[in-house]
Design a protein around this ligand. Sequence first.
Ligand code: SF4
Ligand code: SF4
Length: 313
Amino acid sequence: MTANTALTLDDAAPAAAAKPAEARNIMIVGVGGQGVLMISKVMALMGQRQGLQVKQSEVHGMAKRGGIVFSHVRFGSEVWSPTIAKGEADALIALEWAEGLRWLDHLKPDSGVFIADTRRIVPPFACRSRKHGATTNYARETPAEIVSRIADGYALDATTIADDLGDVRAANTVLLGTLSVSLDYPVADWLAVIEELVPKRTRDINRKAFEAGRAWAEAARLDPELRFDKSITRRPAFRPHPEVSFEVEVNEAWCKGCDICVKLCPERCLAMSREHIATVAHPEACTGCHVCEWLCPDFAISVKTTVREPVSM
Ligand code: SF4
Ligand code: SF4
C-alpha cells in the first residue's frame, strides 16, 4: 500500500527558522512494528515547523507481519516529487540493519548520513534451512565495514539503549536523537514535535530516548571509534548453537496408510512403503516441526527431539 501526503504552507506553524537553500531528503526504513512511520511523521512536522513545504510517501505492505516498511520525507521551500531518487537522500535512518544496507545507494555519496540500529530481524527469506541453528544468508557486513564506506555514518544498538531506559519501543526515538546532531534544528523544536506525536503516557520515555540518542551521537562525532557498536562485530551466526536432533517413529501396527503425513511433511522426509505404511525415507532432512505427528488421524507417528548443549571451550 502506498500513501502520499502533501502538507502545505497553510498548515505551517508560525515559528519559522531560516529556510535551507535546497530540499532535505530523509529516508526511513525498517520492518513492521518498529516505528518507521512515527519517525516519518516527526520529520514531516519538523519540516512544517520550519515553514517549509513537506511531501511524505510511504510503503507499508504486510507491515503488521514484520514486512518491509519505508518512508520518504522531503521538505524545502518548494518540493515537487514525494519520492527520493538514488543518490539523493541527505539521511537514511534504518531501524533494522539489513534493511538499511539495502537502501544505501539512495544516500548522497559525498554527504549523506547513515544512522542505523544494529538490531537484526532475520526475515524468513534469509533462512536457507528451517533447522535449528542453521546459518542464514542475512547481511554479513559489520557496522565498522559499512561506516568506513560512506560519507557519514552511525551504527548503534538503539534497541538496547531504549530497553535499558525502560521501553524497547522507544528505539526509534533514540535514532531521532542521533539524527538531530546532523540536522541543524533546535533541540526544543525536536522535543516539542515528539511530545505532540507520541501518546501522552510515553512522553517521558521518549524524551529520555531522544536525549540518549543525541548524547551517543555527540560522543561519536568527537571520536570516530565510537561511531559503530563494536558488540555487533561478533556475528551471531558464529555463536555455538545447541545440537538438536529429531527421531521420527512410525507405529506400523497403527498406520492405516492414509498418506496424509507423506503429503504434508514440508521437508519431504516421509514416503509410503510397498505395504502402504509410512516410512522415514530422509531422516536427515527432518526439522522436527511435528506436523506429521499432529496431523496423523491414528496417532501412528511421533517425533522425539533431543537437545545437546555445545561444549564450552
Ligand atoms: S517432524 Fe514430521 S513433518 Fe516435520 S519435517 Fe520431520 S518428518 Fe516431516
Ligand atoms: S498420517 Fe498416520 S496413518 Fe496416515 S500414513 Fe501417516 S502415519 Fe500412517
